[in-house]
Design a protein around this ligand. Structure first.
Ligand SMILES: [Zn+2]
Length: 161
């Protein structure tokens, strides 16, 4: 499996999030070329502001490994991680981060901050940005466009009554 293959898999998990009414972000953790764990956004359904796709994948991977360290793992995620998720990647010693779309508003892997490559910290990740970026970005922008259209429709139907 190539980076693109794993990202494609993460995109399918993001789709799952979208079907559950969540912002479509998906993540997978891979070790020795094998799938270790997967995650998708579940903040709304779990009433948990920390249930980002990466957090879900990291929690599941650590449980599966019986280890809070995830050295030698690669995390694939469709959207650049936020500072919380980037922080957990440092704590869990994830080796490599591969992400799709950049996030100019909350990205903590180079866009706003670079938590995953902070020299003062005791661990830095190898980062690969922009893998299937267009596809990952389109998935998000389509979701938000659709949501805006639905909200507009709702508003119009309310004012018509
Ligand atoms: Zn996050």
């Amino acid at each position: 499996m190539t980076d693109e293959d794993w990202m494609q898999y993460a995109i399918s998990l993001a789709e799952k999030a979208q079907q559950q009414g969540e912002v479509p972000v998906g993540a997978v953790l891979v070790k020795d070329g094998k799938l270790l764990a997967e995650g998708w956004n579940q903040m709304i359904s779990l009433h948990d502001p920390s249930a980002h796709a990466e957090m879900q994948a990291i929690r599941a991977a650590a449980a599966a490994e019986h280890n809070y360290r995830l050295a030698d793992c690669t995390l694939y995620v469709t959207l650049e991680p936020c500072c919380m998720c980037a922080g957990v990647m440092v704590h869990s010693r994830v080796k490599r981060l591969v992400f799709g779309a950049s996030d100019a508003k909350t990205g903590a892997a180079g866009s706003v901050l670079n938590v995953v490559q902070q020299h003062q910290f005791n661990h830095q990740l190898v980062v690969e940005a922009g893998v299937l970026a267009e596809e990952c970005g389109a998935q998000l922008s389509n979701f938000f466009r659709q949501r805006r259209a639905e909200q507009k429709k709702l508003k119009q139907s309310r004012s018509a009554n």
